[in-house]
Structures are given as C-alpha cells and as structure tokens.
Design a protein around this ligand. Structure first.
Ligand SMILES: NC(=O)c1ccc[n+]([C@@H]2O[C@H](COP(=O)([O-])OP(=O)(O)OC[C@H]3O[C@@H](n4cnc5c(N)ncnc54)[C@H](O)[C@@H]3O)[C@@H](O)[C@H]2O)c1
Length: 321
C-alpha cells in the first residue's frame, strides 16, 4: 500500500509516518510518500522518511507524486486559531484552496482514498458532545476554513468518485510537538521550566485531549476502510484546563503558580467528541488515557531538556490555542 502524507514534518505527520513505517503496529508493509514545504520549521522527520520538499500547491499542480497512490492523508495547513484570525486570507489559501487543488489532482490521478485532517473547530460551539450530525457553528475563522475544506471533500466524493473522509480531530497531544502552541504542550513546557502558568479565563473551559498515537491509529484505519464522509476522532472524555494542570503538576511533582488572563474571543467553552461512529466504522478505540499520555509527553520534553536543541516557534512565543 502506498500512502502519501502531506505535512509529514509536522507534529501529527511525524508521529503518523513513524507509525506507518514502524514495525509491529501494522500487519503489512506500507510505502510512505512524505511531502512538506518545511514552512513550520519543525526540524524533525520520522526515521526512514525521505521527504519531498514541495508545497501542496506544487504537488497538486504537477500531479506526479500522486500517481499510484492508494491513499492521501492531507495534514498540511495552517493549524492555528490566532493565525487564521490575524491572516484570514492566508489561512483560507492554506486550509481551503490547497485542499481543493489537492482533491482535484488526487481524483484525476486515480487516488483511492483521501483522508482530510479536520478539527472539532469545524463544529465550533455545540451543546453537548460533538457528533457528525450536529449543526456546525464555527467560532473561529480557523474552524470555518476546516469546515469549508470538509464540504469540498464531501462534494469531491459525490462529484468525482474519489472516496473521502474528513476526520474531525479533537485536541491532539504527544511527542514531536515542540513547535506547537496548543494549551497542553505549553502547560507541560511551562511546568518543566518552572514558569508561571497563564490560564485564559477561569480554567473551567474543557477539551477532549487525544494522545497522538491513538489519533494516528484512527487515521491509518481510515486510509483502509470505507466509512462515513465525516468522523469524530477523540476520546469522548471531557477534561477542564484546571484538571489538566492537576495531572501535569502531579506527574512533574511540581506546585506551579497560576495566573488567570482574559478569556479569548473565539475560544470554544466546551468541546468533547462523541466517537461512537468512528468506533463502529473503523473498529478503532483510543487506548492511552490522559495520565499515561501526559506522562509520555512529559518524558519527551524532559529528554529534550537534557539534550536541548534549537528553540522553536511554539517554545519562543508560548502561544496557547
Ligand atoms: N494538533 C492538533 O491538535 C490538531 C487538532 C485538530 C486538527 N488538526 C489538523 O491536523 C493537521 C496537522 O496538524 P499539526 O498539529 O501536525 O500541524 P503542524 O503545523 O505541526 O504540521 C503541519 C505541517 O504542514 C506543513 N505545511 C504547511 N503548509 C504547507 C504547504 N502549503 N505545503 C506543504 N506543507 C505545508 C508544515 O511545514 C508542517 O510541517 C492540520 O491540518 C490541523 O488543522 C490538528
């Protein structure tokens, strides 16, 4: 099986390529065609990966790398609420325009399946667990761009016959995330560095935190199995930022100081996924609980602290999303 992964040098891309190429986790050999334009400057790549350093626009334009590909996993994009609010047209180009171009090129090249990395942000402000039938109400321009790309995936499936699935990821965490500004990674880095933790609002806002290895197993399943055009991928567990801090502090045996900042506009108050359909259709189940996932992520950062590398954007800016 030949799988093309865009955004292969990113957080999820590095973990996904590691899983696809690693031994023991998959029953058959997989050939990975890895694409990234290195714009996120992550300075990382899964072992054994040969990178094609091209942009998604170039990939779609030439179509060459898409030949004889069984499945495309499209991870590349601008995955930031702040970036999309500050640069809406650039976020649109990266998250929507590039996805449309890639969908058309993949259909023309005869690619079997197209797995799109969508987000719970596409659903936005929803009362109760987010499932595939909810009325979507994105609270951020990032969420709107993911929802628009989802719609193009569904339409390409109907119009061009390419099988597509938009997987709505909840908040993903784990190793290879040094450049990420997401709240869980920032909190772990701040606890290790002994910095004051800045919490937006009262800390009772909640997310569904999924360990990246569990997420990647769902992505792999979706490259192989026909399924509904949209699936929620998370854990089904709602965790508040305050609860998360308790878990991190306990694992680190730390007593961090906490300061409360203003609530951020466009921030969803509660987000938890209903993963019943993904369970049923992908035969998939998250396995790593929050404590174990945080412990593994914490150990990844501690190991990096022992052998520090170049500072990356997320570490410098410390932006929480
Ligand atoms: N991390 C999360 O919690 C999360 C949650 C929901 C959805 N997602 C989605 O999953 C996907 C991957 O997220 P991530 O956290 O790994 O992000 P990331 O920023 O770590 O990785 C994205 C990668 O794409 C590359 N890239 C960006 N624009 C490109 C282009 N035009 N051409 C080629 N490569 C390009 C970047 O260099 C980077 O390596 C994104 O689409 C994101 O919206 C992520």
């Amino acid at each position: 099986m030949r799988v093309l992964v865009t955004g292969a040098a990113g957080f999820i891309g590095t973990n996904l390529c590691t899983l696809l190429l690693g031994d023991g986790l998959l029953d058959e050999g997989v050939e990975v065609v890895a694409v990234d334009n290195l714009s996120a400057e992550t300075g990382q790549l899964a072992p054994g990966v040969e990178l094609h350093e091209v942009s998604c626009a170039e990939l779609a334009e030439s179509g060459e790398l898409l030949r004889e590909i069984d499945a495309v996993v499209h991870l590349a994009g601008k995955p930031s609420v702040d970036f999309a609010n500050d640069h809406p047209m650039e976020a649109f180009d990266a998250n929507v325009r590039d996805t449309v171009a890639l969908l058309i090129a993949a259909a023309e090249a005869g690619v079997g399946r197209f797995v799109y990395a969508s987000s719970n942000a596409a659903a936005g402000n929803v009362d109760g667990p987010v499932h595939e039938q909810v009325l979507t109400r994105p609270a951020s321009l990032y969420g709107a761009s993911k929802l628009a790309a989802e719609a193009y995936c569904i339409a390409a499936g109907e119009s061009y016959g390419i099988e597509t699935v938009a997987l709505r990821f909840s908040s993903v965490y784990g190793p290879h995330s040094r450049h990420k500004g997401s709240v869980i990674h920032k909190l772990i880095r701040d606890v290790i560095a002994g910095r004051i933790l800045i919490v937006h609002g009262d800390g009772e806002q909640s997310r569904d935190f999924i360990f990246v290895e569990d997420l990647c197993r769902a992505v792999v399943a979706a490259t192989r199995q026909p399924c509904a055009p949209v699936l929620q991928i998370g854990t089904g567990e709602r965790v508040s930022v305050n609860e998360l801090i308790d878990v991190i502090a306990d694992i680190a045996d730390a007593h961090p100081e906490i300061e409360h900042g203003e609530t951020r506009l466009g921030d969803v108050r509660e987000s938890v996924s209903d993963i019943s359909l993904a369970r049923e259709q992908l035969g998939w189940e998250p396995r790593v609980d929050l404590r174990e996932g945080v412990r593994r992520t914490y150990e990844y950062y501690r190991a990096r602290e022992a052998a520090p590398g170049e500072q990356l954007a997320g570490e410098r800016e410390g932006a929480a999303t």
